[in-house]
Design a protein around this ligand. Sequence first.
Ligand SMILES: Nc1ncnc2c1ncn2[C@@H]1O[C@H](COP(=O)(O)OP(=O)(O)O)[C@@H](O)[C@H]1O
Ligand SMILES: [Mg+2]
Length: 368
Amino acid sequence: MAPGIFPPDDFANLSEVGIDHRYRLLVDAVCDYAIFMLDRSGNVTSWNPGAKREKGYSADEIVGRHFSIFYTDEDTAAGKPTRLLAAAKARGRVEDEGWRVRKDGSRFWANVVITAIRDEQGALIGFAKITRDLTEKRRLDELERIAADAALVQQAQESEKKRIARELHDDLGQRISALKMSLALLEADVLEHVPKALHGHFGAFREVAGELDAMATSMRRIAADLRPPVLDDFGLEAALDWMAERFEKQYGVPARCEIEAGSLQFNELATISLYRVAQEALTNVARHARATQVEIILSRNGEDCNLRIHDDGVGFPGGWKLRPDAFGVRSMRERIAQLGGDLSIESVPGNGVTVAARVPLSRVTLQD
Ligand SMILES: Nc1ncnc2c1ncn2[C@@H]1O[C@H](COP(=O)(O)OP(=O)(O)O)[C@@H](O)[C@H]1O
Ligand SMILES: [Mg+2]
């Protein structure tokens, strides 16, 4: 046994409660948990390597000090250490989770169990304390929660976009059509009562009709940006095709869409997520790439489904680093992560950017 870790003097009385040499060896071998003893008033009487590793104090530095040193100032001021000891004394055992402080002042999130130790007559000898550093677990839990929240927000946004698109299309679209029809009737009615020679003065009817057509086209474009009907009516493959066609028309850059995925039945989340990734990648091509050609490839490879968007543009600028406010790339990553996949975005100087998403087939197809 390393000297100083379990100081024999402080330990003398513990042999009375049956902690023998083998137990000491066991406790000394534990590095993942801080295991130490307190006397009745809460002063540290023993210290194991796990405690040194977790809290930063060596046995020499800490044995004899009151254990409240491990608590934050706020907790100490609120009497938490004393309260925990009193609870352990009353109930035999108490468990707590919260912030604790290391020797260097840094905090860690700990799970703590304090057990009262009594002799054969039932008199309190002291306390055994086991502390586990849960900082990493807490961080992972938090990340998981944040990811789950982000997924919920995204779902809410998608259903809201769908609702607005439908409303635009069904309500506003109908009204514009009805207005056009009334206008045509009104025009016919007016012109019937006006001499032919004066018809030229009523060109405004045609102008307003033209405006209404332009309005309907805008409205359809806005609705399609929010949620293209082809996605719901014909599925992801057709929507990617349509997206490429539309991109080519809008920006004059040839866009090729290749579907090599066979006839996969994509589930709702995969359909919208892969669609949005391609949409964001194409928006980036339009905004940043100065490309002369783009391709979208949806393929299947063993147990994976791959979506690749490649352009032949200028690529990332030299020394490129993802800006913290670059939400495009981030949202692509998030969407793919939600499907249990991963997304890479690479730039070959002089050969544009490739966005490549890989997702397990089991997560993107409809399960029967
Ligand atoms: N296809 C591309 N070609 C060149 N640069 C790109 C391309 N896609 C993304 N980038 C670079 O990556 C950055 C981050 O993209 P993104 O997260 O979508 O943010 P944003 O488009 O709002 O700038 C862009 O600002 C741009 O510098
Ligand atoms: Mg972008």
